[in-house]
Design a protein around this ligand. Sequence first.
Ligand SMILES: CC(C)(COP(=O)(O)OP(=O)(O)OC[C@H]1O[C@@H](n2cnc3c(N)ncnc32)[C@H](O)[C@@H]1OP(=O)(O)O)[C@@H](O)C(=O)NCCC(=O)NCCS
Length: 324
Amino acid sequence: MKPNLRSLPPRGSQILGIGSWQPDRVVTNEELSTKLDTSDEWIRQRVGIIERRYADSDETLVDMAVQAGRNALADAGLSPDLVDTVIVPNCSMPAQIPNAAARVAYQVGAHGAGAFDLNAGCSGFCYGLAVGSDLIRAASARYVLVIGAEKLTDFVNPLDRTTAVIFADGAGAVLIGPSKQTEIGPVVWGSAGEQADKLGIDEHGYVQQSGNTIFRWAITKMPSTAIRALDAVGLTVADIDVLLPHQANMRIIKATEAALRTEGLRDDVTIADDIQYSGNTSAASVPIALDHLRKQSRMKSGDIVVTVAAGAGLTYAGQVLVWP
Ligand SMILES: CC(C)(COP(=O)(O)OP(=O)(O)OC[C@H]1O[C@@H](n2cnc3c(N)ncnc32)[C@H](O)[C@@H]1OP(=O)(O)O)[C@@H](O)C(=O)NCCC(=O)NCCS
């Protein structure tokens, strides 16, 4: 008979704290219109962005992740030395090594924590939250910081109007820990590597995308992934209190909303619209939007929150959360 390792009983996971960080510099559509052949009207109508934040040249992805992580720790009131794992979903580190997470762990005071980056493009935060939650549920970790962080302006050609108006910088963090109840549902995820060339970094180091292809793919994947995530926890679309789609494009958010309306999405649901003032911050967009919804008092304890994201890879993911 094989030996059986002594293990802790299975447990649930919950959100204990949340925080975000965005650079000071606000870049308006008007400012971009002075440098590019674009207009405030085009950007608002086609993308839904009014303004976005750009980091200065000396503010790094790690700097922003540290600030967001500290804010989440302060929100939870947890001593950083209790954090045993730090996950930094991102797709815009300037070099492959060293990773961001080890420096972030050290700088937030989680000295010696397990630390790794995770790249699933714009779905990265949903992937990272799932991995962190399952580490806790399996008793491999106790307190996990998941920090979506991006400095996309390092990879955007400022003269390319098809990308420069969309992508931006920032970081958002959640601190998660064990719970008697399951408050972070199982992830539903997937990929479409056969379409990898539709969104990526070109030979010049700049983001390139087939905007229309990504758009059409996202508006089918986002609602179907939300429905599958609800099904995985025995809920339906009518149970959603807060819909939190990746903030890629307001028209993708509206199309996701419209598809879910036909499945019973209630009229009183809160739908994240943070893209208007934050732009598309890829792996940081979901936690930044979550933090802003909380600060705007648009969520209440016990709300059923559905996160869903799709992006480079191509990848997609979603999960159901119970707001603490
Ligand atoms: C990129 C995106 C905003 C483009 O919107 P669209 O309605 O599909 O526009 P198209 O690509 O068909 O372009 C229409 C015209 O607008 C032009 N255009 C593109 N960007 C422009 C800008 N910033 N200002 C003005 N015109 C612009 C195009 O050059 C094109 O001109 P043409 O007809 O003369 O060739 C949209 O496709 C999109 O958001 N896709 C999803 C991308 C995404 O979310 N990526 C990240 C995934 S996480």
